[in-house]
Design a protein around this ligand. Sequence first.
Ligand code: FES
Ligand code: FE2
Length: 357
Amino acid sequence: MSGTGAADAESAPAFLRNLWYRAAQADTIRRGRLYRRIFLGEPVLLGRTHDGHPFGLRDICPHRGVPLSAGRLLEENTVECSYHGWRFRPEGTCAAIPSLVDGQDIDPSRIRVRSYPVREQDGLIWIFMPAPGQEFTQPAFDPPKVLLEGNACPQFVECQRFRCAMDHAVVGLMDPAHGPFVHQAWYWRSRHSIHAKAKRFAPSLRGFTMLAHEPSSNSFAYRILGADVTTEIRFELPGVRFENISAGTKRIVGLTTCTPIDADATEVTQVFYWNSALLGLIKPFFRPFARAFLGQDRAMVELQREGLKFNPRLMLIPDADMPAMWYQRLKKAWADSTGGNAAFVNPVPETTLRWRS
Ligand code: FES
Ligand SMILES: [Fe+2]
């Protein structure tokens, strides 16, 4: 881990496949309704059946290309295309072609639109984006799970669209050195509080973990939780970060997800969960804090665009940019594995990183 490295994305593709992405807040996807979204550059219909099951379909009618989301969900839970009324089941098979008359032997069930595995968990809808050629294989693992008892309930959500490629949003998320410059605020910290840090990291599921430690920031944000606060930060592909904060029996989970809309826009969402009704009291404080915090990150990656449009070569330096380097290596290893070139082997070593922030 010596010297500087180029930050170019190397050979990894823009979007990683065969992974779960956060698609929506569960309560925004209502029964009987259809929604058009773009994920990883693909048009996706998100819907929920009348009996409550979320589903995802490629939002292109296989007949003549009209977005299926412009149609409606019939009582029988099929999506009716608005152009010629072809009907599709949530798992993608065609259920009916209204124009057919007796003797025209087209079997609708042999026609299908791609369906995406969709899961509702912890108040979120997750969507699995398969690799090309593997569209009909089922995911081998579950979406990322919030480590609280049962199905965790979001306490509040802040969702912002960043005008940047996925990589810059993710790298910004895991960058330990920008805090005192980008996130200056009385309740957080200032650049005068910069000091040397050493943090232990270990590989973890499709990513890495900054092991549990007392937050070095003597910030108000942590102090209001009490004395015995520890925090553990876990990152996993494609761009999911859990901050697990413990204070006595109180648990707070901050979940940040990055979902690429296309090559130039990324939806970044912070969802907070906790297990204590008492923490509800600090909710009014938390909300503007989360909005301002995420907005500062958004403003910075959008400023960064002004430089990146000239296609400069970038640098990654030890140790502060090591998480960004790990991210690139993880991406590469994952892309190789989904391309069938190799089994996924986590390239992150167990180590201590040191930096000032
Ligand atoms: S385009 Fe959808 S039914 Fe014809
Ligand atoms: Fe940040």
